[in-house]
Design a protein around this ligand. Structure first.
Ligand code: 2RA
Length: 341
């Protein structure tokens, strides 16, 4: 059990769900503090029947905290979280800034819980993966254990809430503008997202390097997957696409293995893995969709089939709520495993 728990970025899209999950899952702690930027400081939030005033986050604000769960932009995570560690807190970070640092544990509790335990004991930071990575690695782990994963090709269909509250607002506004024949200037996304698809999430900043031609989101899927699964040479080929869906990222995942793996064996391995629900009866119209899966902590899988283009391959469809398992739930589950030790 932790004494004082602080949520940093408590009023953002993910922070709001972290609070909700801590409340719903009855996270054991004596005191909760909610930290945010100056803009939200001073507002009050009702939590477990009590009014809690949002405090302005600063390097000094972590004094007395035992656990810090942070969901902030990368720069804030870079500048602030070392102070939280210095204050002696266990720190779980949702941002992208620290994930690939060798000192940092990148954790999905169903896959590598011991990495979180060791990092917490040694005063090192624990990072929660990018949302599109988390749901994929959850599926890859049992399949790898069953047949030895060698290659993954993934296409994503990512909800606007992955870009925060402004992404959700922009879906509504650009859809409304399109319906009313009005013009719309996109600010959060590269194009109006209403009635559209955008094959860019993040930036094209790796020209000339390993990630030449890929976006930063796509390279997160490559590098974070290798780190979490402990497979530095795994071949991962992602294409990430923003779609006009409110919540839940969907993915088409094609896996190739060392050894033969039947569709029935893959289905059984996925169904037995914690946090995964298989809904796979396409003839009866049963497969997961974003609208069915929103607001659920689980990762859903369907449309399992043999990959016709290679010897030992299985392809499937995967849907998960990007703000739940993709972000808040995963961070709270890491905290739970440490609190229950
Ligand atoms: C997105 N994966 O969907 C990002 C958020 N971390 O934009």
């Amino acid at each position: 059990k932790f004494g004082t728990v602080a949520v940093v970025g408590a009023t953002g899209a993910v922070g709001r769900i972290i609070r909700e999950r801590l409340e719903a899952r009855e996270f054991p702690a004596d005191r909760f503090r909610f930290l945010a930027t100056k803009r939200s400081a001073g507002s009050t939030i009702t939590f477990r029947g009590q009014e809690i005033t949002v405090e302005e986050v600063s390097p000094e604000a972590f004094e007395g905290c035992d656990l810090v769960i942070a969901s902030t932009p990368d720069e804030a995570a870079r500048d602030l979280l070392p102070h939280a560690l210095k204050a002696g807190a266990v720190v779980i970070d949702e941002s992208g800034y620290w994930r690939m640092n060798d000192e940092v544990a990148l954790v999905v509790p169903e896959i590598n819980p011991d990495a979180a335990r060791t990092a917490a004991a040694e005063g090192r930071l624990i990072a929660s993966p990018n949302c599109s990575t988390t749901q994929m690695v959850q599926c890859l782990k049992p399949l790898h254990d069953a047949a030895g994963l060698t290659r993954v090709t993934v296409s994503t269909y990512q909800a606007v809430s992955g870009a925060g509250l402004s992404g959700t607002a922009e879906l509504l506004e650009s859809t409304k503008a399109a319906l009313e024949n009005g013009s719309f200037v996109a600010t959060t996304f590269q194009r109006p997202i209403g009635f559209n698809l955008i094959p860019q999430i993040g930036s094209f900043k790796e020209q000339g390097g390993e990630g030449d031609g890929y976006t930063s989101e796509e390279m997160k899927m490559v590098r974070e997957t290798r780190k979490i699964l402990g497979l530095p040479g795994l071949r991962v080929n992602p294409t990430c696409v923003r779609v006009p869906v409110a919540d839940c990222h969907s993915e088409t995942i094609a896996c190739e293995f060392d050894r033969p793996l039947s569709v029935a064996e893959a289905r059984e391995a996925l169904a037995a893995f914690p946090g995964i629900a298989v809904i796979d009866d396409p003839l009866a119209g049963k497969y997961p969709t974003p609208r069915d899966c929103a607001g659920d902590d689980r990762t859903f899988v369907g449309r399992l089939r043999k990959d016709l283009s290679c010897e030992n391959g299985v392809t499937f469809w995967c849907v998960s709520d990007n703000l739940r398992k993709g972000a808040a739930t995963n961070a709270v589950q890491i905290a739970e495993l440490l609190a229950n030790d």
